[in-house]
Design a protein around this ligand. Sequence first.
Ligand code: NAD
Length: 258
Amino acid sequence: MRLEGRTAIITGGAGGIGFAYAQRFANEGARVAIADVDEAAGQAAAERLGAPGEGFFVQTDVSDPESVEACANAVAERYGSIDILVNNAALYGDWDMRDQSFEYLQRVFEVNQHGVWLMTRAVSSRMVEQRHGRIINQASGAAFNYASPPSPDGEFHGLSSFSYSQTKFGVVGLTKFSAAQLGRYGVTVNCIAPGVVDTEATRKTVPGNLLEQLGQDQPIPGVIQAEDLTGAAVFFASDEARYITGQILVVSGGRHMP
Ligand SMILES: NC(=O)c1ccc[n+]([C@@H]2O[C@H](COP(=O)([O-])OP(=O)(O)OC[C@H]3O[C@@H](n4cnc5c(N)ncnc54)[C@H](O)[C@@H]3O)[C@@H](O)[C@H]2O)c1
């Protein structure tokens, strides 16, 4: 019960890694609000969060400033405070690597990067006022993958995963800048950068048994599960981490050592 009495917002908590965070935070005694754009999955996820944490769903589009402010207000009204924010929502499972249009690049930035900024802005004044807060951003090992493998036919097919990696590198930067601004008010900002994780979203894009093969190439071989990330999140959210801020913790079996 390391988060007893704390309240948390988990963006993108309707499934996958976000739901694993929500479930673990609830098990640690936190009251958890799931903020996701997907209403059906978000409602179902909140219902699955049993005692001891009390879960509720707030439909939120992290790329929309009004929706984000409404989310923060709804959680503060229901729980009386916002102690923890996990910025996990992103275009990942529903991200289209082949779309190389500028409009789509802007959309990926709006969700993956500006969404983190908007959510941070929405909760930080409350956290500063209460002189306590924990913000945990979800980047990716992709932020540190500079060398992409060549395409099988050797031809140039656009910038491929560039948009996603760029936004996740941006999340690393946002973590450091916001950590520096908020530290003096008792608010820490840290970041988790997962490697390849076995979620439904990953299984949609990674063909066949490639996930298992990729896992074998890691210094610590194995297929990383969403639950394997939750200990890092609880640690950053806990009182034990009060002097830790602006840090990036990579959970990738040693695949990335930035
Ligand atoms: N699975 C992996 O291998 C992996 C690796 C590194 C980083 N990540 C990151 O972890 C996070 C979760 O990944 P996942 O595998 O669970 O993927 P996912 O696609 O299942 O999770 C993303 C969640 O964000 C929600 N979302 C999308 N757009 C939103 C918006 N505008 N507003 C609010 N919610 C929105 C989706 O509905 C979904 O529930 C993402 O940030 C992803 O980039 C995943």
